[in-house]
Design a protein around this ligand. Structure first.
Ligand code: GRG
Length: 289
C-alpha cells in the first residue's frame, strides 16, 4: 500500500468515527452547526499524526480513535472561532462558507464551545488504556489547547497585528497557536502506545519542528496558492497585516527555512528506523514542490 492510500485510510477511519459520534439533531440548532464544520473536509492531520505515532511504537492507530477524533473536534472549534468577524473575519473555510456565514455569529461561537466540550467527553470514552495514562493525556491536551498553547498563541497573534515581530517572538506565537496541537497529537499517540521517556522526548522534538514547518509552509502558501487551492481566502495574512515567515525572510528564505526544519524534524525519527516510516512520510507532505 502506498503512502497516500494509507493516509486516506486513516482519514476515512477518523471521518467515520466523527460521523458516528456526532448527531445533527439535538435539542437545538447548535448540533447542526457543529456537524456542518466538522464534516466540511480538512486533512484530519492531527488525528492521523496521533495514529501514526502509535504505530511507531508498534500499536495499531485505530485503537485510539476517541482521543484522535477529539483532537479534530478541538481543531475544528479553533477554526470556527478563528474565522469569526472579531478574529480573522473569513468567509471561506475548507472550501465552504464559514460557520458564522451559515448559522450566524452567536451560533458559531456556541458550535465552537460545543465541539471543545464534546472533545473532552469523547476522549474520556477511550478504552483499553490505563486510567492514569488517559488522565495524563487529557490533561496535556487541555494544556496544549489552552492559554499556554493554542489559545495563548491566538491571543499573541491578535496583539501582533500590524507589528513586526522578531524571529523569537514569531516562534513563541506559533509554538502556541499552531504547534501546540501538533505536540498534543504526537505526545498523545506516544503516551497511549506506552512510549519510554527517551522515545517521548524524541517524538516531542519531532512534533515541535513539524509544527514550525507547518506554519512556515502555511505562510508561503498564503502568498503563493490560490483561494481554490487553499479552501480559504489567499492573501489573508497581508489583509490582516500579519508578520509571517515570508515577511521576515522573503519567499526563498522561508522555503530554505522550511527545508532545514523538515530535515531536522526527520532526524528526530532516526532512532525508530523503519517503524517511523509513516510519520516521516507525513512530514514529507509539508515539502514544497
Ligand atoms: C480561536 C482559540 C483559537 C485558535 C485559533 C487554529 C487557529 C488558532 C487558527 C487558524 C488560522 C490559521 C490559518 C492558522 C495556521 C495554521 C493552521 C492551524 C491551519 C489550519 O490547519 P489545517 O491546514 O486545516 O490542518 P484543515 O482544514 O486541513 O484541518
Amino acid at each position: 500500500m502506498d503512502f497516500q492510500q494509507k493516509y486516506d485510510g486513516y482519514k476515512k477511519l477518523v471521518e467515520n468515527f466523527l460521523e458516528q459520534r456526532t448527531r445533527k439533531k439535538g435539542i437545538s440548532k447548535v448540533d447542526e452547526a457543529m456537524c456542518y464544520s466538522l464534516s466540511a473536509g480538512g486533512k484530519r492531520l492531527r488525528p492521523v499524526l496521533l495514529m501514526a505515532t502509535a504505530e511507531v511504537l508498534g500499536k495499531k492507530g485505530y485503537n485510539y480513535l476517541p482521543v484522535a477524533g477529539a483532537l479534530e473536534m478541538i481543531h475544528t472549534y479553533s477554526l470556527i472561532h478563528d474565522d469569526l468577524p472579531c478574529m480573522d473575519d473569513d468567509d471561506l473555510r475548507r472550501g465552504k462558507p464559514t460557520c458564522h456565514k451559515v448559522y450566524g455569529e452567536a451560533m458559531a461561537v456556541l458550535a465552537g464551545d460545543g465541539l471543545l466540550t464534546l472533545a473532552f467527553e469523547v476522549m474520556l470514552e477511550q478504552k483499553n488504556v490505563p486510567g492514569d495514562v488517559l488522565v495524563e493525556v487529557a490533561r496535556e491536551i487541555a494544556m496544549c489547547a489552552g492559554n499556554f498553547g493554542m489559545v495563548g498563541g491566538q491571543a499573541l497573534d491578535l496583539a501582533a497585528q500590524g507589528k513586526t515581530l522578531t524571529a523569537e517572538e514569531m516562534r513563541t506565537l506559533h509554538s502556541g497557536k499552531t504547534g501546540a496541537m501538533f505536540i498534543a497529537a504526537v505526545r498523545s499517540g506516544a503516551r497511549l502506545a506506552g512510549a519510554k521517556p527517551e522515545q517521548l522526548l524524541a517524538l516531542t522534538k519531532f512534533a515541535d519542528l513539524f509544527g514550525l514547518a507547518f506554519q512556515i509552509r502555511d505562510d508561503i502558501l498564503d502568498v503563493e496558492a490560490t483561494t481554490v487551492e487553499l479552501g480559504k481566502p489567499a492573501g489573508s495574512d497581508e489583509k490582516n497585516n500579519k508578520c509571517t515567515y515570508v515577511t521576515l525572510y522573503g519567499e526563498e528564505g522561508a522555503k530554505a527555512l522550511l527545508d532545514k526544519t523538515l530535515a531536522e524534524a526527520k532526524m528526530c525519527l532516526e532512532m525508530f528506523g523503519e517503524d517511523a516510516r509513516l510519520l516521516s512520510e507525513i512530514a514529507d507532505m509539508l515539502k514544497m514542490a
